[in-house]
Design a protein around this ligand. Structure first.
Ligand code: 5GP
Ligand code: MN
Ligand code: MN
Length: 331
C-alpha cells in the first residue's frame, strides 16, 4: 500500500541521508504545522541532515513565528545537494510549489502528504486523504506507523495545523476522530489557550484599522445562482502599505466576510501585483467553490478554495460570477 511504501521510504534512509521537507506557497497553519511537526518526528528518528522550505517570499507569518522546528527552515533558493527524500505537505498540485517543483524529480524518493480532493498525484508515493480535516491528520498517521511518539513540540505543530484547517473545530470535517486526535495532542501538555491566542487572536492595531477600511467597502449582490447571494471585498497593496501591514494579516479577512447571512458565497481579493489578485472563496453549502477555483486555474476544497485572477477586481468578480451557476450543488 502507499502507507507501507511511505514507511519503507523513511526506514531505508541511510544514517547520513538528506531529507528535504516542502509545503505550499504562502504557507498557512496546516502547511507549516504539518511540515515542522513531521520534521521534528524525523529528527526524533535520528535524521540529521534535515531541511524545510517553501516557495515564494520566505516570510513566516507572525502568528506562527513561535512554532517548534522553525530552525529547520532554509531559503527556497540556493545550491543545495539533491536530497535522498523529499516530503511535500498540503499542496494539491505542483503549481503550489513554485521554484521548488523540480526538487521532487531530482530527489531519491518523493512522498506527498495531502488532503485535497483535487490533488493531482504528482510525486511518487501519495498519502492523500480527502476525508482528512487537515494534512496534519495524515502526518499523525504516518508518525504513528513510524513509531514516533507524540511529544509536546510535535503536538504544538500538529495542533496549530488542525485548528487552523478546521476553523477551530467548527467545519464539517470535524469528526469524532478529529476530536480524538486533538485529545491526544492536548494530553502531551500543550496549552490550547495560549496557542489560539497567538494564532487567531493577536494582530497589530494597524490590522484592525485596515480591516475596518476593507470591510467598509464590501459588496453584497445577488449571485448568478438564483437565491444565493455573493459577498465580496478586496484589499490592495496600497491598503497594506498605508496601514504598514504584512500580507498575512489579510488571511483572516475572509472569516469576517463569510459570516454574511444573506450570502452563500464569500470572496476576498488580495492584490498581489498591478493587475493580479489572490482570491479566497468560501461557500456555506449551495455552491462548490473548488469547481469555481479549478475553472479559473486554482483549486481547494468544496467549501474553501482559491485561485489567482488577472485584471481589475471587478473583472475577477465577473469571472467568478460566470462560474457560480455551473458550480451549484444539486440537492
Ligand atoms: P485560502 O482561501 O485559505 O487561501 O485557501 C483555501 C483553500 O484553497 C486551500 O485549501 C488552498 O489550498 C486552496 N487555494 C487557495 N489559493 C489557491 C490557488 O491559487 N491555487 C490552488 N490550486 N489552490 C488554492
Ligand atoms: Mn494549506
Ligand atoms: Mn490543509
Amino acid at each position: 500500500s502507499d502507507w507501507a511504501a511511505a514507511v519503507a521510504a523513511v526506514r531505508r534512509l541511510p544514517a547520513d541521508a538528506r531529507v528535504l521537507l516542502i509545503c505550499h506557497v504562502n504557507p498557512d497553519g496546516d502547511a507549516l504545522g504539518s511540515m515542522l511537526g513531521f520534521g521534528l518526528g524525523l529528527r526524533r528518528l535520528g535524521v540529521r541532515h534535515l531541511q524545510a522550505t517553501f516557495p515564494g517570499p520566505p516570510e513566516v507569518p507572525e502568528p506562527f513565528r513561535w512554532l517548534p522546528g522553525l530552525d529547520l527552515l532554509v531559503p527556497s533558493t540556493g545550491a543545495y545537494p539533491d536530497p535522498d527524500l523529499v516530503v511535500c505537505f498540503d499542496a494539491a498540485s505542483e503549481s503550489r510549489l513554485g521554484e521548488l517543483v523540480d526538487r521532487l524529480d531530482t530527489a531519491g524518493d518523493a512522498l506527498v502528504l495531502d488532503h485535497h480532493a483535487s490533488n493531482t498525484r504528482f510525486g511518487r508515493v501519495h498519502l492523500v486523504d480527502p476525508a482528512a480535516a487537515a494534512t496534519s491528520v495524515v502526518v499523525d498517521e504516518l508518525l504513528t506507523r513510524l513509531d514516533v511518539p507524540l511529544d509536546a513540540e510535535i503536538a504544538q505543530c500538529l495542533y496549530v495545523a488542525l485548528t487552523t484547517d478546521t476553523g477551530s473545530f467548527r467545519f464539517e470535517a470535524t469528526t469524532p476522530a478529529v476530536h480524538q486526535f486533538a485529545a491526544r495532542l492536548l494530553a502531551t501538555g500543550i496549552r490550547p489557550g495560549d496557542i489560539s491566542r497567538q494564532v487567531f487572536d493577536t494582530r497589530p492595531f494597524g490590522a484592525v484599522r485596515l480591516f475596518g477600511e476593507v470591510l467598509g467597502r464590501a459588496r453584497l449582490e445577488p449571485s448568478a445562482a438564483a437565491g444565493h447571494g455573493l459577498v465580496w471585498t478586496y484589499a490592495t497593496q496600497d491598503d497594506l502599505a498605508r496601514h504598514d501591514q504584512r500580507p498575512y494579516v489579510l488571511e483572516a479577512l475572509i472569516d469576517s466576510v463569510r459570516c454574511t447571512a444573506e450570502a452563500d458565497v464569500a470572496c476576498v481579493l488580495k492584490q498581489v501585483g498591478p493587475a493580479e489578485w489572490a482570491v479566497s472563496m468560501r461557500s456555506k453549502g449551495a455552491v462548490d467553490v473548488s469547481a469555481v477555483a479549478v475553472a479559473l486555474g486554482g483549486g481547494g476544497h468544496r467549501f474553501a478554495a482559491g485561485f489567482t485572477g488577472a485584471g481589475s477586481a471587478e473583472d475577477v468578480v465577473r469571472s467568478i460570477r460566470a462560474e457560480l451557476d455551473g458550480a451549484l450543488i444539486a440537492r
